[in-house]
Design a protein around this ligand. Structure first.
Ligand SMILES: [Zn+2]
Length: 254
């Protein structure tokens, strides 16, 4: 009779031993991310094993591991790495692909550098992906929104980016709500994304040049990256992008 509590205690200890300190520290954050990813799955924004999500927490980057399903996320589906990639020679440098983090980690870092302590959600919204392949709707006049969320200096930098990356294009929302928040949603070609990953951008460009606060952009024929102050915000912008894409596609089918 006396051995039973001891046995229980040792199991408790061994589970504590195997858990990493951040798993307790970020338990609530993981629950928030899990909730948002489950909604994204229910809304067809991701399939069982696509997408990734991260949260910048001061100097930590909490991010899903590569190949993990975002459905019912658990602590073991995440890893924590430095928000800034350590340089070779740094004692925190890990050559083993960032502790198994998502292969899109460099895009997450690129966004979080401009928007610290935010959430980044990468998903594959179907209609937005279709629209990223479409170039024939530029003749439709978008709503006249007089509250641009992009500064003039950002416009200049984006102009330069267009010169270096002719494959860069944009989705112009036709519905008032989306256009209010995002007058343009940029569609990045693959070579621009690869250059972000290898830190080899052909123009001086940071994520903050796209939008001042929250935001979303597309990768052509692939999916979206949305960022927000909270996980729910990142989901909100993804859903807004998809809703806007649906409206444009329906409009084009008349
Ligand atoms: Zn993807």
């Amino acid at each position: 009779m006396k051995k039973e509590p001891a046995k229980r205690q040792s199991l408790k200890n061994s589970s504590k031993k195997s858990a990493k300190p951040w798993e307790f520290k970020y338990r609530k954050k993981i629950l928030e991310l899990r909730r948002v990813c489950n909604i994204a799955f229910d809304k067809d924004l991701i399939d069982t094993h696509s997408g990734n999500i991260s949260m910048g927490i001061d100097k930590d980057l909490l991010i899903t591991k590569t190949g993990r399903s975002l459905v019912n996320l658990k602590q073991q589906d995440f890893t924590v790495v430095p928000i800034t990639r350590p340089k070779k020679g740094d004692k925190k440098y890990n050559d083993c692909s960032d502790n198994g983090a998502s292969s899109e980690i460099d895009i997450h870092r690129f966004i979080l550098k401009s928007f610290p302590n935010s959430t980044v959600l990468h998903s594959h919204p179907l209609d937005a992906v279709v629209l990223s392949l479409h170039t024939g709707y530029g003749f439709i006049k978008p709503p006249d929104i007089k509250t641009p969320r992009i500064s003039t200096s950002s416009f200049n930098k984006i102009e330069k980016l267009y010169k270096e990356y002719p494959g860069l294009s944009e989705i112009t929302p036709l519905d008032f709500e989306s256009a209010y928040f995002f007058p343009k949603i940029y569609v990045f070609p693959l070579n621009l994304i690869n250059d972000i990953k290898t830190k080899n951008l052909m123009a001086d460009f940071e994520a903050r040049e796209i939008f001042k606060e929250n935001g979303v952009f597309m990768i052509k024929s692939h999916g979206s990256f949305a960022w927000g102050k909270t996980p729910l915000d990142a989901l909100r912008w993804t859903m807004m992008l998809e809703a806007s894409a649906k409206i444009i596609l329906k409009y084009l089918s008349f």
